[in-house]
Design a protein around this ligand. Sequence first.
Ligand SMILES: NC(=O)c1ccc[n+]([C@@H]2O[C@H](COP(=O)([O-])OP(=O)(O)OC[C@H]3O[C@@H](n4cnc5c(N)ncnc54)[C@H](O)[C@@H]3O)[C@@H](O)[C@H]2O)c1
Length: 327
Amino acid sequence: MKKIAINGFGRIGRSSLKIILDTPDLEVVGINDLMTIENAVYLLKYDSIYGKYNKKVSFEGDFILIDDHKIRYTAIKDPAELPWKELQVDVVIESTGFFTNKADAEKHLTAGSKFVVISGPTKDTPTVVHGVNTEDGKVAVFSCASCTTNNISPIIEILGRRIGIKKAILNTTHAYTASQTLVDAPSKREPRMGRTAGINLAPAATGAAIATTKALPQYLGKFDGVAVRVPVPVGSISDITFVTEKPTTVEEINSVLIEESKTDRYHKVVAVTDEPLVSTDIIKSPFAATVDLEMTRVVDGDLVKVMAWYDNEWGFTNQMIRQIQEL
Ligand SMILES: NC(=O)c1ccc[n+]([C@@H]2O[C@H](COP(=O)([O-])OP(=O)(O)OC[C@H]3O[C@@H](n4cnc5c(N)ncnc54)[C@H](O)[C@@H]3O)[C@@H](O)[C@H]2O)c1
């Protein structure tokens, strides 16, 4: 049984706890966030997207109680001070969004954990997308990249291997996240990220395509992309356009994706659908990508478009937990 701690009990931190509580070989022993334990329990109990939690949740002193689990809760700002040694933590999920570089993430090792998994893109640690480059995740600190990178990398890997991709470009129509604002405000990231999230289509940069080239270095310089943040709280769809090495057809692209979605390598990661889904239908899907087969297009034999759904919170977090199970 691997002992897990969660630093940052936000959207990804709480999804991580819920998924791990239903995963037999993992156990959460510590949670750290700067909010009070009352607030943490409240947000665990009531979720505007996933509904009221189906387990009994309360707290007693410094412990969150969930059915018969008892989890130590702390509110400490500096990761180096966290009680990971005392709790015999094996793996920390670093999901604050703040300690994303190697030196900061390593503070969890100083605190006593054996491994740190960062729930977002980083500049200076290995990037691991479960299913795509699972074997690169045998190091003490690594990043599981972003939800979008987890969504697009398997598709690029599959179609690159089976059909051949010369170059590709992404647009993801992406749910809003905590990095945006509720009303117009200054943004550290880029101006449009500071515009009222609930009423705007906000074109934005995304590092997701570039991060894909960290997992699949053969596409370095050949894959880039953009995002449009849209007024839905969760549920996103990527749109990948690429030029193939050899002529292909819609039937060939779709049959390759259907076939690969049944393999040992990808059956938990990639799904396909021929149903007319909309974004709310993808909420709580554990897959990194659900290819919308009806949307596949081929122009003149070598210009291809593939679209794939993802629950940017739940799908991503499942990918991260699957990768943690490999440690
Ligand atoms: N939301 C998504 O769709 C999504 C998907 C994939 C990856 N991510 C990444 O996961 C990370 C977290 O995103 P989120 O959406 O869960 O954000 P969030 O704002 O919901 O959660 C972050 C949590 O970290 C806590 N926090 C801040 N500073 C802290 C500190 N010093 N110590 C402990 N806790 C601290 C905050 O109180 C908050 O509860 C980001 O890097 C984000 O890019 C998010």
